[in-house]
Design a binder for this molecule. Structure first.
Ligand SMILES: *Cc1c(COP(=O)(O)O)cnc(C)c1O
Length: 374
């Protein structure tokens, strides 16, 4: 069996162990602690947002974002349709109704046209904008619409830490931003997330709710429903080390993307996921899209790669096509029977984008795929 090539895996930089050792030496083997405080400062400084709350997952961060914005039972929340279920599950946790917004072809992200359509018929409490595979959505257009409607934006930047939109970091344009440090993301804490904002009261509230909504009393006092959503001091120590090498990982991911692009340039039926000129992506996952006219499907490619012990995956299946979410409203960006998200889902697949891959590994992926087109 050939050596396995994976989609994306944790890649330590070196200092993580040092910080974990600090945590051990001070016996801070607990949720919260000095590493968490430092990690929150590091994230705030890096992103340019004033405050950060380190949490147990990106999903928890989205959930607390909704709560702090007052999303309750019966409310509506708009959310990108082409995404991972973690973007919208917390809407349902709150008993609110998700309303799904189709993608645009230019960025694969939320279409301002579909967003306008949805606003004609609904008044949501918040809009969750996802930056897919590390490419930022076109935030100016989305922001203009949401601003006009007076609706706050939560940026689900779980996949786009390190990417930019114009001169800002992805995730810092909305009122609230979310990053994830799950094991497959560009950097990891082995599991974790963060909520960022310029509003101190929101972040303080998120920290409070994440620590069981425990009132500052000598006895245990609770006036609100709380959660156990805080990050552990050990995980935060890993995160501090990871953040130091984030830029390096972005450069490596870009190299992987560029190598695929170059490798497939003579095959007309293959294109790569879009890179928009209003910023730079973090290239978290490279996605190839097969032309409509081709007889080769993403599954053919996935199976051919599997034969060679290479991992690849379908693009996220749009939420409006999911059995669990199919009863909720959905707004398509184009006329016609197929939405943009569905079209991307049917023709796209995620290629190995692991920063531990060697040049030979990347070439092995390209060669295996090209064989199908011979
Ligand atoms: C990974 C991911 C999340 C969830 O993050 P977790 O830390 O795994 O909870 C949310 N949204 C998107 C788009 C993601 O890719």
């Amino acid at each position: 069996m050939k050596e396995k090539i994976v989609l994306a895996s944790p890649h330590m930089g070196g200092n993580e162990e040092k910080y974990v050792k600090e945590a051990f030496e001070s016996n801070w083997i607990a949720p919260l602690g000095p590493q968490v405080d430092k990690f929150e400062e590091d994230i705030a400084r890096y992103s340019g947002k004033k405050y950060a709350a380190a949490l147990s997952s990106g999903t928890a961060a989205i959930h607390l974002a909704l709560i702090t914005l007052g999303v309750k039972k019966g409310d509506k929340v708009f959310c990108s349709d082409l995404t991972f279920a973690a973007s919208c599950n917390p809407i349902v946790y709150q008993g609110a109704t998700p309303i799904f917004i189709d993608s645009e072809r230019e960025s694969f992200n939320m279409s301002p046209i579909a967003l306008e359509k949805a606003f004609k018929e609904h008044k949501p409490k918040a809009v969750i904008v996802v930056h897919l595979y590390g490419q930022s959505a076109d935030m100016d257009k989305i922001k203009e619409i949401c601003h006009r409607e007076g609706v706050p934006i939560i940026e689900d930047a779980a996949e786009s830490l390190g990417a930019t939109y114009k001169d800002k970091m992805s995730g810092t344009i909305g009122r609230l931003g979310v990053y994830s440090f799950n094991g497959n993301k560009i950097i990891t804490t082995s599991g974790g997330g963060v909520l960022i904002s310029d509003e101190e009261d929101i972040i303080k509230k998120a920290r409070f709710l994440a620590t069981q909504a425990r009132e500052p009393q000598r006895y245990y006092e609770h006036k609100e429903l709380g959660f156990n959503y805080r990050l552990s001091n050990i995980s935060a120590a890993i995160g501090r080390g990871q953040l130091e090498i984030l830029e390096k990982r972005v450069a490596q991911k870009k190299h992987i993307y560029d190598t695929y692009k170059e490798g497939f340039k003579d095959i007309k039926e293959i294109s790569m996921n879009p890179v928009c000129d209003y910023g730079s992506p973090n290239y978290w996952l490279s996605v190839m899209v097969i032309d409509k006219t081709s007889s080769i499907t993403p599954l053919d490619v996935i199976l051919a790669l599997e034969e060679e012990n290479i991992e690849s995956r379908h693009v996220w299946k749009p939420m409006h096509m999911q059995p669990f979410f199919k009863e909720y409203p959905f707004y398509s960006s184009e006329e016609g029977d197929m939405s943009v998200g569905e079209d991307i889902f049917k023709r796209g697949l995620c290629l190995p984008s692991d920063t531990k891959m060697s040049e030979e590994d990347i070439q092995r992926v390209i060669k295996t795929i090209k064989k199908l087109w011979r």
